[in-house]
Design a protein around this ligand. Structure first.
Ligand SMILES: [Zn+2]
Length: 288
């Protein structure tokens, strides 16, 4: 199945009270591991690409070429959306041009009026080209590609204003943070989430910073209207741990253990295990 936008899979998720995972990709191994696991689990999936990762993979056209090629040659039949994560205004336009099926415009650092004006313009372009679009209100804590947020809670009225512009999905800050959560983290603000959900109705809500949020909190967030959950750091940590073990056990020094296809295999398997676990937790297994 060629790339699809994220609208239908998220509308179904919201109605069915489960969430679709967005797993960020960094290279061929990442992409392959995520696509094969989604197929194995019969789950829809969203591949997230940050601007930094896009640059690392030689640009958005390379990413589109790789993902489209893989879907065809691996025989992937579950719905796959290729989504720009935390896009700038310019980045969003570049991804639309390159063939992404979905974009996020992160205008959370602009004053609300400017966020609205730019989101509106991009909504019109996405509508015309059949892409889905995610907007963000209230910055999400931690650091992503050099953008540092304090983990604030979004204003539900601002969420309604942005939702009414016709975006497909909305990321609202509810105390979530990118990367690892600090020891003294206050947890998700379910009060904010419930207020945002009440104002935005059927709009699929997005939870960023899915790494390390306890399973009960994830469940509760899904019950309160979250239908897309972003996972990035957790796959990186799983990959790192498995790769470290391979090297520390001296396996790279045995036989042809230096072969990149062998060296990167434990990390790839670890990503698959993480994605499998998340798909189970989010409830999107057999929802393709
Ligand atoms: Zn994010």
């Amino acid at each position: 199945m060629p790339l699809v936008n994220a609208k239908e899979m998220l509308t179904k998720a919201k109605a069915g009270h489960y969430a679709v995972g967005q797993f960020n990709i960094n290279n061929l191994e990442w992409t392959k591991s995520i696509l094969l696991t989604a197929q194995e689990m019969n789950s829809p999936v969203i591949l997230g690409v940050s601007e930094g990762a896009g640059k690392y993979m030689c640009g958005y056209k390379t990413v589109v070429g790789m993902v489209n090629g893989m879907i065809e040659e691996l025989g992937i039949t579950v719905p796959v959306a290729l989504h720009l994560d935390h896009g700038s205004y310019e980045g969003a336009k570049a991804c639309i041009e390159a063939g992404f099926s979905s974009i996020m415009f992160d205008g959370s650092h602009y004053p609300i009026d400017e966020n609205i004006a730019k989101t509106k313009e991009l909504v019109a372009i996405c509508e015309e080209k059949g892409l889905s679009i995610e907007a963000e209100v209230g910055s999400i804590g931690g650091e992503e590609d050099g953008v540092v947020g304090a983990g604030e809670c979004a204003d539900p009225n601002e969420c309604k204003m942005i939702a009414d512009l016709g975006v497909t999905m909305l990321a609202a800050g509810i105390g979530n943070i990118h990367g690892k959560y600090p020891e003294n983290w206050a947890g998700l603000s379910f009060e904010t989430l419930a207020a945002v959900q009440e104002k935005t109705g059927t709009m699929p809500l997005v939870l960023h910073g899915g790494t390390g949020i306890p399973a009960e909190m994830i469940q509760k967030a899904i019950n309160l209207g979250v239908s897309k959950i972003n996972v990035n750091t957790e796959c990186q940590l799983a990959f790192q741990e498995a790769t470290r073990k391979y090297i520390e056990e001296g396996k790279d020094l045995q036989g042809k253990g230096f072969d990149p296809r062998k060296l990167l295999a434990p990390g790839s398997e670890a990503i698959k295990a993480t994605v499998r676990e998340k798909i189970e937790l989010f409830g999107s297994k057999d929802k393709a």
